[in-house]
Design a protein around this ligand. Structure first.
Ligand code: ATR
Length: 277
């Protein structure tokens, strides 16, 4: 047994906006673990050296944010299947044998949050409609494919990005033009906004919801505000709505467990701690 104080953190640039330190330090305190979680602004040019040094300084792992999520895959010794599929990592584990293990827990966070917030939803309820084709969309689509959703309808302002996701994820993915995004909602059992539209300071997501069934589940990955205009509109139709904060919290649990040995609970208190930030 080592009596070293375990250290973890988040690496990115910029990193000051990250909610991870508040969340992880809250859990450390709550579970009485004598560790620390630190935000570290690391430039791209220093990334390799930082990943060499951190394990030797007592770090057990880090979260990874923009702009390093893709680059770290090339610097890791082991990459999980889901990180390879998504093409990015958000969690690194520094193993005792010196190897760096890269994982991506975004899709897990999305699915775990969905399961808790919309327990009646099942994968074979019907097609999924996904808006956006960035990094978050890749994680969401990967998790929907993994659980067996029969059809994924995808639309993005820049159609080429959606087409390339179809090329990767295969025949289940059907691409719609951005101006016709409203059409893909017809008969969908779940709709997910992975764009930044609806976020504070950004325009609203203006997709028509006429075709949306009250039985559908509507998820937003935006969490500022918590109740986005999309979720408000969906709630008025009678849909079950799932906010983006839960995905943020759940994606953090596998890292905490691997680093500190306890699976943290995502409960109302945890949400309140982050909302109070
Ligand atoms: P992330 O990795 O967080 O998903 P991203 O790769 O920048 O971030 O993706 C942001 C998503 O929001 C993209 O789907 C983007 O559409 P484009 O691929 O056309 O850029 C979408 N997005 C951002 N601003 C938008 C806007 N004003 N209208 C429509 N889509 C927008």
């Amino acid at each position: 047994m080592s009596n070293k104080i375990p250290l973890a953190g988040v690496i990115g640039s910029p990193v000051a906006h990250s909610k991870s330190p508040r969340l992880q330090n809250y859990w450390l305190h709550r579970y009485g673990i004598p560790g620390y979680y630190i935000p570290m602004d690391i430039a791209q040019a220093d990334l390799r050296q930082a990943l060499d040094a951190l394990p030797r300084m007592g770090f057990v792992g880090v979260n990874v944010t923009i702009p390093h999520k893709e680059t770290v895959l090339g610097l890791a010794d082991l990459v999980t299947d889901r990180a390879a599929l998504i093409g990015a990592a958000n969690t690194l584990i520094f193993r005792k044998d010196g190897k760096i293990h890269a994982d991506n827990t975004d899709g897990y966070g999305f699915m775990e949050n969905l399961r808790r917030a919309a327990p009646d939803w099942v994968a074979n309820s019907g097609p999924a409609a996904v808006l956006g084709a960035g990094g978050a969309a890749r994680a969401v689509i990967a998790s929907l494919v993994e659980v067996g959703v029969p059809e994924i309808r995808l639309s993005n302002r820049t159609r080429a990005r959606a087409d390339s996701l179809k090329a990767e994820f295969g025949a289940k993915v059907h691409v719609y033009d951005w101006v016709q995004a409203g059409n893909m909602i017809d008969g969908a059992a779940i709709m997910v906004n992975t764009t930044s539209l609806g976020m504070v300071g950004k325009p609203e997501l203006r997709v028509p919801l006429d075709g949306l069934s009250p039985d559908a589940v509507v998820c937003d990955i935006v969490y500022t505000p918590l109740r986005t205009p999309l979720l408000e509109r969906a709630a008025r139709i009678g849909c079950t709505t799932v906010d983006g904060l839960g995905m943020l919290l759940h994606q953090a649990t596998p890292g905490f467990e691997r680093w500190f040995g306890i699976r943290p609970d995502v409960d109302e208190k945890t949400r309140a701690v982050i909302l109070g930030a």
